[in-house]
Write a protein that binds this ligand. Structure first.
Ligand code: FAD
Ligand code: DHB
Length: 433
């Protein structure tokens, strides 16, 4: 079993032998090892080393609460998985507070606005001016993951990568547990609480009896075809383009790498999109009346992502607390998925802190209600951005005219632009007593 980075990176454990068992102590986490089975105990068992699970582990670490993170995939896999790229103002501040802002400060690209492009013309939404100086930062999700993992391992706290057959047990009782296999050995992690941070396809949400949950779900009749290209970004800020041929988005990862997306069919066959076709379509959707040019370059990665809105209510069941994509999914147009996951675990860390420090359960009991207020506001914004910018195949001529009028309104009314800006940079976090 690898705690941490893998081969050669096991940390020294205190070893005590008694009653035919060997007890290992790793910080305040204990492993009782018999020949066939390993029993561990911790305060919070965290399933999933995505943004939700890793941010939670560092937030808990900061207030002296022990946790073990279990991840299905390898460290390399999670550190290379290409996903989101926009960090809200508050997410950036939190990374700095947690002492993981060094690479972000050097490599992150701070953006004070975005462009909405329609009818062949660009219109800037000035975040700084509209939100009292706030901005967003472009810094890839997998870079955030690298920073979080490095900080966790530097503090010699466990992440168990490549954990298989993960399942949860005893959610209604006092000692919930996580069963899993590592290197073929069956293991059991006993916890006070389990944080279900295992994403949309994880095991935590589906371990809750279906009658205890209400699911709100909407699928969109389109997807996004995304590419990473070795080409300097053609704009220094993001461009969200509405076009009769469909939506397109220009983003970036660095001054040398562009990230571009095209609205496509939800089940689009990527094999039908050779690079030349992708560029041709991008040129059409970003075309401006003043002849602005899109810089091309070799495509280094491409893929298709589906779009859905999804909310689970409540986000807790007994000792299991869901966070991030395990509980909700937003369509990517508002760039909110990662940031919403971070907002959940900030509330969860506060709730657990109040429990362990003061013996209070009030915030913990309201965890779901507190999170869902923000979740639904972010759902609303992500749905609205999606509806504003995409081409809907069944739209009537009236719908189309109304959509263009809305774009015109957002880009000509300070009140409307301010609504977009305050949501895009991130609604303020609310903390509870
Ligand atoms: P995840 O990042 O999904 O992390 C969950 C972790 O749990 C994963 O590491 C997974 O391997 C692990 N896991 C799963 N099952 C188990 C198990 N049984 N046992 C142990 N571990 C398990 N958002 C945007 O804002 N913009 C984007 O462009 C964008 N692109 C995306 C592209 C893709 C392909 C996907 C899937 C998501 C994208 N998102 C995007 C959404 C954003 O990346 C997520 O909202 C964010 O990753 C949520 O973080 P999370 O920690 O809740 O879940
Ligand atoms: C990116 C992704 C988004 O979903 C978005 O709205 C903006 C930027 C990105 O990957 O850079």
């Amino acid at each position: 079993m690898g705690f941490g980075c893998g081969a050669g990176d096991l940390f020294s454990l205190e070893k005590l032998e008694r009653d035919g068992c060997v007890e290992y102590r790793f910080s305040s986490t204990r492993w009782l090892i018999t020949t066939a089975e390993i029993h561990m105990r911790t305060q919070v068992g965290i399933i999933g080393a995505g943004p939700a699970g890793l941010f939670l582990s560092l937030l808990l670490q900061r207030i002296g609460i022990e946790s073990v993170v279990l991840e299905l995939h390898s460290r390399q896999y999670v550190e290379e998985r290409i996903r989101a790229g926009v960090l809200e103002h508050g997410t950036v501040q939190l990374m700095r507070e947690l002492g993981i802002g060094e690479r972000l400060n050097k490599q992150g690209l701070e953006h004070g606005g975005i462009e909405l492009r329609f009818g062949g013309r660009g219109h800037r939404i000035d975040f700084r001016e509209l939100t009292g100086g706030k901005s967003v930062t472009i810094y890839a999700q997998h870079e955030v993951i690298k920073d979080l993992i490095a900080a966790r391992l530097k503090a010699k706290k466990p992440i168990i990568f490549e954990a298989q057959d993960v399942s949860v047990d005893g959610l209604g009782g006092d000692t919930p547990s996580i069963n899993f296999r590592a290197n073929g050995v069956a293991e059991k992690l006993e916890c006070d609480f389990i944080a279900g941070c295992d994403g949309f396809h994880g095991v935590c949400r589906t371990s809750i009896p279906s009658e205890a949950l209400t699911i709100y779900d909407r699928e969109y009749p389109f997807g996004w075809l995304g590419i990473l290209a070795q080409a300097p970004p053609s704009s220094h800020e993001l461009i969200y383009a509405h076009h009769d041929r469909g939506f397109a988005l220009l983003s970036m990862r660095s001054p040398e790498i562009s990230r571009l997306y095209l609205q496509c069919e939800p089940d689009e066959d990527i094999a039908q999109w050779p690079d030349a076709r992708i560029w041709e379509e991008l040129h059409k959707r970003f075309a401006t009346t003043d002849g602005g040019k899109l810089t091309e370059g070799p495509v280094i990665q491409k893929g298709v992502t589906g779009m859905r809105s999804f909310v689970t209510e409540p986000m807790q069941y007994g000792k299991l607390l869901l966070a991030g994509d395990a509980a909700h999914i937003v369509p990517p147009t508002g760039a909110k998925g990662l940031n919403l996951a971070v907002a959940d675990v900030r509330v969860l860390a506060q709730a657990l802190g109040d429990f362990y420090e003061n013996g209070k359960t009030q915030i913990l009991e309201r965890y779901s209600d507190i999170c869902l207020r923000r979740v639904w506001k972010v759902q609303r914004f992500s749905w609205w951005m999606t509806s504003l910018l995409h081409r809907f195949a069944d739209a009537s001529a009236f719908d189309h005219k109304r959509q263009v009028a809305e774009l015109d309104y957002v880009t000509s009314s300070r009140a409307a632009a301010q609504t977009l800006a305050e949501n895009y940079v991130g609604l303020p976090m609310e903390f509870y007593e």
